[in-house]
Design a protein around this ligand. Structure first.
Ligand SMILES: NC(=O)c1ccc[n+]([C@@H]2O[C@H](COP(=O)([O-])OP(=O)(O)OC[C@H]3O[C@@H](n4cnc5c(N)ncnc54)[C@H](O)[C@@H]3O)[C@@H](O)[C@H]2O)c1
Length: 425
């Protein structure tokens, strides 16, 4: 535990997928780092040298602890910090509106322990204006002046879980401060932990940059998802189309269709932007709404295609065994947040199918209170299932062998070899 009065280079608030890699890189850079989380379970796990996020191994956590990292639930550590970075979740409320509860709670915690000279940075993805309109007034309640006594900035996180090439250090970091002095202070901090820092004009530009990146993905995925539907009707292999278009060396970036969008960013963040445009300006952000409609419709479309494929071999969906292969939102990681596999399983179960699953990263899977059976031997289950659906193409899957064993297989990722029993989305 840190000694009272001892100075800390960094306190990271929120030790999840975003906060922990930041803390790790800061430890590697020789900074004295403490992590603060409200979840005592997370703090205890880290203290036991165990990692709970995909991008860090237990050995990584052990190395952090050896470098002096401490995880705690005690907010008093904030008063010892030179820099505080907030990495708490920004989910949607039940009615689809942004839920800034965790950000506001973290802001109140920081404000309660703030000392002169501290740099406070928000990394949680949020709508433009959050840093200035929500965070700034709370920090100023301390009587300390932004840009003079304390420094405030926003810096979007760009972590891509499971990406073997781009990690924390070699992904450029956008930084926008409340004042030029705040931008300068935040830039100087991030230069300690990343190779390239990109200063933005202000906090709003930095906040909006993140939303542009995610909305761009959301819209382009929706474009190919819509094309997937009519390419199927027209008997055109869209994956081959994308392969050909991708040979253009300029002006084109490939996006791929799939069973829907998942993860913490794409299905959620654009809502923050469309909510703010509607609330502040009174008109919709139509691209986001259309993308949402198309991407959210993909799980139903997949179920419809499963039903049609079974129908072609004279089987009803009711009573058929449907094996879902890969249920995480992304290949080669264990994160299931917002995975389209969940609505697909739910819709299939509602229609009377016997749903079973396999995923090397998911030992137990519960969808809306229903625990699904995980198959023990994948090859055997693929052979026996009425239909197998490849939802996530984890690289450990031997797709050639599985494709040959399956009597019927729907490939939602365009990853299977051409075989008579395999149908593409
Ligand atoms: N996961 C990603 O790939 C990713 C990528 C880019 C941006 N983001 C954004 O980063 C932010 C954090 O996401 P995440 O994936 O790391 O979330 P996470 O759920 O993995 O981790 C968040 C952590 O914050 C803790 N927490 C919640 N409220 C707190 C509080 N008031 N004080 C202290 N700790 C608190 C939680 O207990 C949890 O451990 C979100 O805004 C998200 O949109 C995530």
């Amino acid at each position: 535990m840190t000694l009272a009065g001892e100075s800390l280079d960094l306190v990271v608030i929120g030790l999840g997928y975003v906060g922990l890699p930041l803390a790790q890189e800061a430890c590697r850079s020789g900074l004295k780092v403490t992590g603060l989380d409200v979840n005592a379970g997370v703090v205890a796990t880290l203290g036991e040298r165990r990692s709970h996020v995909d991008d860090l191994s237990d050995a990584d956590v052990e190395a952090m602890l050896a470098a002096g990292f401490v995880a705690t639930t005690n907010p008093a550590v904030i008063s010892q910090a030179k820099t505080v970075v907030i990495c708490v979740p920004t989910p949607l409320a039940d009615d689809g509106r942004p839920d800034l509860g965790p950000v506001l709670a973290a802001a109140a915690t920081v404000a309660g322990h703030l000392t002169a000279g501290t740099l406070v940075i928000l990394e949680s993805t949020t709508y433009p204006g959050t840093t200035e309109e929500l965070l700034r007034p709370r920090l100023e309640e301390s009587g300390l002046r932004i840009g003079v006594d304390i420094f405030l900035a926003f810096s979007p996180e760009r972590i891509d879980p499971g990406n073997p090439v781009y990690g924390f250090r070699n992904t450029p970091k956008v930084v926008g401060g409340s004042t030029p002095a705040c931008t300068a202070a935040a830039t100087a901090f991030y230069r300690l932990v990343v190779d390239e820092v990109v200063p933005a004009r202000g906090t709003r530009e930095a906040e909006m940059a993140k939303l542009l990146e995610n909305t761009y993905r959301h819209v382009n995925i929706a474009l190919v998802n819509e094309m997937a539907r009519f390419c199927h009707e027209l008997d055109i292999d869209l994956w081959d189309v994308i392969r050909c278009a991708s040979t253009k060396p300029f002006g084109f970036q490939p996006f791929y269709p799939g069973p829907g969008v998942g993860g913490h960013c794409i299905p959620i963040d654009p809502n923050y932007l469309s909510y703010q445009v509607q609330a502040a300006l009174g008109y919709p952000f139509r691209f986001v709404e259309l993308a949402q409609e198309i991407n959210n419709g993909m799980p139903s479309y997949v179920v419809h295609r499963i039903q049609n494929a079974l129908n072609d071999v004279a089987k009803p969906l009711r009573g058929s065994t449907v094996l879902l292969m890969g249920v995480t939102y992304k290949a080669d990681i264990s994160d299931q947040r917002e995975s389209p596999a969940a609505p697909i399983a739910q819709k299939l179960a509602e229609q009377g199918a016997r749903v079973i699953f396999h995923d090397p990263y998911v030992p137990f899977w519960t969808v809306k209170g229903l625990e699904l059976n995980r198959v023990a031997v994948l090859e055997e289950a693929v052979e026996k299932a009425d239909i197998t659906v490849l939802l996530q193409s984890h690289s450990v899957y031997d797709l050639e062998t599985l494709g040959r064993l399956a009597p019927l297989l729907l490939d939602t990722r365009g990853a299977m070899p051409d075989l008579p029993s395999v149908e593409r989305l």
